[in-house]
Design a protein around this ligand. Sequence first.
Ligand code: DAH
Length: 330
Amino acid sequence: MENLEEQIIQANSLDALERVRIELFGKKGALAVEFAKLKDVPGAEKKAFAEGLNTTKTHLQKVYDECYESLKKAEIERLLKAEAIDVSLYNNLNAKGALHPVMSTMDKIIDYFVALNFSIEDGPKVEDDFHNFEALNLPKNHPARDMQDTFFFHDGAVLRTHTSPVQIRTMLQQQPPIRMIAPGAVFRKDYDITHTPMFHQVEGLVVDAKDEVSFANLKSMMADFLHYMFGEVEVRFRPSFFPFTEPSAEVDISCIFCEGKGCRVCSHTGWLEVLGCGIVDPNVFKAVKYKNVSGYAFGLGVERFAMLLHKIPDLRMLFEGDTRLLEQFR
Ligand code: DAH
């Protein structure tokens, strides 16, 4: 047994110690072999034999724990030394910071709507089911809830999957007329070249008296907004579906990479989808107890706009924080 203790003490790395642990304490280890002998020990001696073994085991465990702690500590110290950064070392005191392209794109979008007297509204990122789904005409068993891969908390709260819940919050707090946008981060369980689990949207909502707000208003505003963002592009409206608007449309611009001729970015269609919009569904107004009103709403993804504006090929680049990308936006 002394030999076993010696083995533990001589392990000079966590790996070596792990090998010794398996040899000693493992299912087929030295201790297990000793314990297996118990069945052949004559009855009268069993108790003493077992007690002896248990004492040894406890002792070896203690020696092992001590060795583990000290090796672990040495390992952490080694890592800290190896990875230390000398913060007093700098090579460019004049380097200036800059707005991240996502934020500058957001600012550009916000500027457009602020100039038209829209208010900027905010809401919580941890939302409840009512604001994120229910009041937006997405009842519990509605199949459209599947459109969104939601992060749920145990108590049923969610990380908001879109900025649309801010529409609901604003309507519950204010009376029409309303002209608002809601910029902010949203969250979905998604990760690939065109999706990240956190991204940004800008939501818009206009509500006024019955018959005051029409699809024609929405259409002209979206077209003007897209020309402001992207310059001389074609804008087209495609019928679509969102639970909170009816009728709904998705809006495309002619591809800014190939000018509509067809390329890899626009999947050879000549068009790029840039936002969703529509006339507010009566069920949404019912949920916030608005009567005799009309309205339109829209929502867009800020990263997508930033990628198109700056011709950034992979969405994930916007989140890697690589200074070689960021330096180009100083
Ligand atoms: N909430 C939608 C989404 O996350 C975007 C959207 C589409 C918002 C149409 C709207 C709208 O207000 O009218 O995909």
